[in-house]
Ligand binder design. Structure first.
Ligand code: PLP
Length: 284
């Protein structure tokens, strides 16, 4: 596979990251994951806008973010990923390599920029059948709106989910449900879709925005409101959203079933609408 590293297109195995890279030493960097369908990146400009915001929030100066759209497209082409159903573009930018100290480098160093493309893994079976989640304490920092590569709490939570036979771990902060380790989380109460408000406790998901718009189009009530963990068993339906997970029904939480233990009707409507949007995009 060919990847992009600091201005060059190279075989991925030839890329050498410095041991002084602040991404390696401090997780001092941010990232994005974009899905391509039929070779075409979906919502690229939205992802790049979020990347630019993440960079600004952590004060990495990289004005060329928009140029990464062409880099992603080139990687799909040179790696022959255009024919496959899915491909994934991964972008990571760190504060660069400098001798180790906590403060930013005294002399400015160029950020490290890495972009790779790979065949996407289909989540279709899980999206159709629905998945189990577990609830875990949200031990993350309070800037979860920044897509930081510092993902240790997310890694530990997702591993815990895997070990319990679940697909995702959903975080609970101060008794309120926030989001999944790599997804946003939605609950349905009395036919109303509820999700955590956009603030520094969750990532502003690109898929989350699409779900909000689909709800508006379908006249499904959509409310950004905190939900207590203790109210969760009253939810009729639940689902996860994310670039790869699309709209994935949740049918079990820890050891109890959600509704009838099958994907709920509002969820299925949104899941199918999202899928149709992707199919139309692929064909466009
Ligand atoms: N929340 C977290 C913590 C994530 O890591 C992700 C995606 O990686 C999401 C939500 C979903 O965001 P998106 O829909 O943009 O993929």
């Amino acid at each position: 596979m060919i990847a992009y590293f600091n201005g060059q297109f190279l075989p991925r195995e030839e890329i050498r990251v410095s041991p002084d890279d602040r991404g390696f030493l401090f997780a001092d960097g941010v990232y994005e994951v974009i899905r391509a369908y039929g070779g075409k990146p979906f919502k690229m400009s939205e992802h790049l806008k979020r990347l630019a915001r993440s960079l600004k929030e952590i004060r990495i100066d990289f004005p060329e973010v928009e140029k990464l759209a062409a880099v992603g497209e080139k990687l799909i082409a040179v790696n022959n990923l255009g024919e496959g159903e899915y491909a994934t573009i991964y972008i990571q930018i760190t504060r660069g390599a400098a001798s180790r100290k906590h403060t930013f480098p005294d002399e400015p160093v160029p950020p490290t920029v890495y972009v790779a493309a790979s065949p996407g893994i289909s989540q279709r079976a899980k999206i159709e059948k629905g998945v189990k989640i577990i609830l875990v304490p949200d031990i993350r920092w309070t800037r979860c709106d920044i897509k930081s590569v510092s993902l240790l709490p997310n890694v530990l939570a997702n591993q815990q989910a895997k070990e319990k036979g679940a697909e995702e771990a959903v975080f609970v902060r101060n008794g309120k449900i926030t989001e999944g380790s790599h997804t946003n989380f939605f609950m349905i109460f009395d036919g109303q879709v509820r999700t955590h408000p956009l603030n520094t406790h969750i990532l502003p998901g690109i898929t989350r925005d699409i779900i909000r718009d689909l709800c508006r189009d379908f006249k499904i009530p959509f409310r950004e409101k905190l939900v207590s963990e203790k109210d969760l068993p009253k939810a009729e339906e639940m689902f996860l959203s994310g670039t790869s997970m699309e709209v994935t029904p949740v049918i079990q939480v820890d050891d109890w079933k959600v509704g009838q233990g099958t994907p709920g009707s509002v969820t299925v409507r949104l899941r199918e609408a999202y899928k149709k949007m992707l199919d139309d995009f692929r064909k466009s």
